[in-house]
Design a protein around this ligand. Sequence first.
Ligand SMILES: O=C[C@H](O)COP(=O)(O)O
Length: 328
Amino acid sequence: MQTTTREAVHLPQTLEPRNPGMALDLDWVMRATANRSAIERRAATLTGRRSVKKAYQAAWLCRAITCIDLTTLAGDDTVGRVARLCAKARQPVRSDLLGALGMDGLKVGAVCVYHDMVEAAVDALAGTGIPVAAVSTGFPAGLSPFHLRVAEIEESVKAGAAEIDIVISRRHVLTGNWQALYDEMRAFRAACGEAHVKAILATGELGTLQNVARASLVCMMAGADFIKTSTGKESVNATLPVSLVMIRAIRDYFEETGYRVGYKPAGGISKAKDAVVYLALMKEELGDRWVQNDLFRFGASSLLGDIERQLEHHVTGAYSASWRHAAG
Ligand SMILES: O=C[C@H](O)COP(=O)(O)O
């Protein structure tokens, strides 16, 4: 059978067997707790230390680029804006800088858009192998009728999305209805088919770190390929304490089942130095395997611009104005 370009970019590239999920284990869910003060102390150690410098920093920043889900999620998105974003995804840093860094061919992890922009993004990324991620299930609030949320996933997969970022029903967490959360997530995973599913917990709306830990576990038990902090639209988005809780849930799940689930902090990550902190956190808590882009992504609309500025400084010794790196 002949493979079309759209089919060719469709299957996610991963080195891992996919997390199949498991039966809901409520005893395990209820055992999950989170000690806020210990977590905040550990998070503070990550930002307090000296950051990596020079060639190491440039290498980490290039790695960060490969992990970006380059995102536009605005009501005024157009095919033209998405095409410009995809051009940036293909060539995230000026070619002379990439050449000087020995990083020709560097590209981002994925491009992330609303459903209506999926086809435009798939077309603009044809032949690059860069997957398109679609936010789905009534993003960002997730309050549309259930059958429409499932249908939205199916439509985005049909349009060529290789990754689907679903939003969970926060009320299931807030009322402790873990069975409902599990069933919902299971149905979303099934609707994705071969496309990989990222479960957005919207942690800023879950009330407690304990809820974050429990929701993380339930979504992984229901077959999430990634767990993701936020939509970028909550008043509090990705934070280090929340990340620690989610990353440790990923570790527990791996130790218990042998399956590696990915992690995606999203929302408000816009500085190169923050990207390095997140990569260090992943490396320290989960090991080198989790700083590759089939298991780690940043959801970010403006991070790439700052990383490019820092790389330009590394290569030329001078900073250019931030407006010169507006896209991404
Ligand atoms: O998932 C991605 C987020 O919506 C991006 O948030 P940001 O615009 O704060 O980078």
